[in-house]
Each structure stands twice: as structure tokens, then as C-alpha cells.
Design a protein around this ligand. Structure first.
Ligand SMILES: C[S@@+](CC[C@H](N)C(=O)[O-])C[C@H]1O[C@@H](n2cnc3c(N)ncnc32)[C@H](O)[C@@H]1O
Length: 290
């Protein structure tokens, strides 16, 4: 059974109908030297230039330059401490990328997902908050459904379209007895998923395989450990006609192949639905966001 769960694509702050600006970045006035003042300064600059999530963006950038994940997690002493000229320069540089509508996740080069710190790099799809819900649903099903237990004591999982590896790696981190086969068509996605698996020391329980689900042909190599208990996917599902309405953050930086689901949004989903029964055990099932 494959349960398709409806959910929006969801870029926090809105994904539709934004415009580019060609103006040059503003240099902060010389008097703005501490973290709090810098955040305020760049918030105003971003707001004036129509950059979504202006305050969050400036907070993330300043916190990153000061070695923290969030502004709130900075030692309070750092909020009012003057930044060095090098740090100011770095904030300026990163903020200029945001002015070009680069997503914060790519600017920082990493992002937390389900408590894991994942490397992020364009054009590989940035995992969305909804994807964390998908992981929660799968975990709930696995822990509540005794039928979803593989030979190892945890389910053998196949993820179609793994991107950065967010879903596969977070499932592996929460299910220590499980193994995952993660496939993706994109070369950059395959490389980044490998890198993230190594980074999180989960590489021994995952096979990351380049695979285009739309191509007819052999899929036997997707079963190095035999049929799987569970298929999970966050496939491309944006209607082709809506692609041009996506925000510049998405359109200019993320791989269109990660988003474009064809005329009815079902192009990739249809192939996953056709493939899944061949790869699943009789008792297996699938989860997806669409
Ligand atoms: C919406 S992204 C999801 C990425 C990741 N699972 C996540 O949630 O962050 C969809 C992924 O499917 C991959 N993909 C698109 N078409 C594919 C195909 N025909 N075969 C395999 N993977 C495909 C894309 O490269 C992309 O990484």
C-alpha cells in the first residue's frame, strides 16, 4: 500500500510571486559594530529590498559568522561585543548572497534536520519542514506497527529521490537496526548524500545508488539486501505550469528536476507507484509527501 499524504511544498515565509532586485548590497555604517546592531541593520536592508524572512536571515548569518547556529544560542555577551573587521566583512559577504536571493541554507552551507546537521549545497533540494513530518509519520508507523520489522530487527527502507539524504539519514539515526537504499537521478544529490552519510558516520548502513526511476530497465541492483519493508519518497510534485511562479530562492538555486512533477504533478509519482510493488516484500508499504 502506498499512502500519499497531501502537503504543501512550503517555503517558510511564502514561495510564490517574488521579484529580483539588481541593486548592490549596502555596506553597514561603521558605527554598527556589534551583533545586535548588525542584525538590525541587515534586517532593514533586507526588508527594503523585499527579501523574505529578513530578520531570520540576518540573525542566521550573524550567528553563523560568530560560530553559533542561531542568534538566540549566542552567548549573551556576544550580542553587544564589537565584531572584528574580518567578521564584519564576512557578514557583508554572506548578506550579499542573501540579497541575490540565495537561500540561507546554501549560504550557511549546512542545515539542521531532525537533529542532524546536514551539509547543503546548490542545486540539491533543501529539506522542508514538511519533510520532517514525513519522517515522524514513518517512525510512528515503524514503532507502532510490529509488521514493519526487517530481518535485522529494523525495517529495510528504500528512499526514491534522496536529495541531500535528509530522510534516509534521519531514519537511520533513529532506527539503529535499519538499513537504507537511497536512490536519486541527480549526480549532485548522490554526491551530497554520500558526504552527509560519511559526516554522520552512517555510511555502513546505507547504499546510495544513482538511479532514474522513469527509465525502464534493471532495478535488481536496488535490492542488495533483498526486498524492502518500506518505500519512502518526497518526490517532485509541482505542476509544470506552476514552476515559473516559484520564488527566486527556489527557481534560481534549486534543481528544477527536484520540483517539477510534470503536467499533473504525477510524472515521477506514477513511476514510483509502478516500481514499488516490485521492490517491496509482500508485507511492505510506502510513504510519501505529495
Ligand atoms: C523534492 S526532492 C526531495 C529530496 C529529499 N528527499 C528531501 O526531501 O529533502 C526530489 C528528489 O527526487 C530526485 N528525482 C527527480 N526525478 C527523479 C527520477 N526520475 N529518479 C530518481 N530521482 C529523481 C531529485 O533529484 C530530488 O533529489
Amino acid at each position: 500500500m502506498l499512502r500519499a499524504l497531501l502537503s504543501g511544498l512550503g517555503w517558510r515565509g511564502g514561495i510564490w510571486g517574488c521579484t529580483f532586485s539588481s541593486q548592490q548590497p549596502h555596506l553597514p555604517p561603521a558605527r554598527l559594530l556589534n551583533a545586535t546592531e548588525l542584525v538590525s541593520h541587515w534586517t532593514v536592508v533586507f526588508e527594503k529590498r523585499g527579501i523574505p524572512e529578513a530578520r531570520e536571515s540576518s540573525e542566521y548569518i550573524v550567528a553563523h559568522v560568530l560560530g553559533a547556529k542561531t542568534f538566540q544560542s549566542l552567548r549573551p555577551g556576544l550580542w553587544t561585543q564589537p565584531l572584528t573587521p574580518g567578521q564584519l566583512q564576512y557578514v557583508q559577504e554572506l548578506s550579499s548572497y542573501r540579497l541575490q536571493r540565495m537561500p540561507v541554507q546554501y549560504i550557511l552551507g549546512e542545515w539542521d534536520f531532525q537533529g542532524l546537521s546536514l551539509k547543503m549545497a546548490p542545486p540539491v533540494f533543501i529539506p522542508r519542514p514538511e519533510t520532517e513530518e514525513l519522517v515522524e509519520w514513518v517512525l510512528e508507523e515503524v514503532t507502532q506497527g510490529p509488521h514493519v520489522v526487517g530481518a535485522q530487527g529494523g525495517p529495510l527502507i528504500l528512499e526514491v529521490g534522496c536529495g541531500s539524504g535528509a530522510i534516509s539519514l534521519s531514519l537511520l539515526s533513529k532506527l539503529p537496526q535499519s538499513r537504507v537504499i537511497a536512490v536519486d537521478k541527480g549526480e549532485a544529490a548522490i554526491c551530497l548524500a554520500h558526504e552527509n552519510a560519511q559526516r554522520l558516520r552512517l555510511q555502513d548502513r546505507i547504499r546510495i545508488i544513482p538511479f532514474d526511476v522513469t527509465l525502464e530497465g534493471s532495478w535488481a541492483h536496488l535490492l542488495p539486501w533483498g526486498p524492502v519493508d518500506l518505500v519512502v519518497s518526497n518526490p517532485p510534485y509541482v505542476f509544470h505550469r506552476d514552476m515559473e511562479k516559484l520564488a527566486p530562492e527556489i527557481l534560481s538555486y534549486e534543481d528544477p528536476l527536484a520540483l517539477d512533477g510534470g503536467e499533473e504533478g504525477m510524472d515521477i509519482i506514477t513511476h514510483i507507484l509502478a516500481l514499488a510493488p516490485r521492490l517491496l516484500k509482500d508485507s511492505g508499504y510506502g510513504w510519501g509527501v505529495s
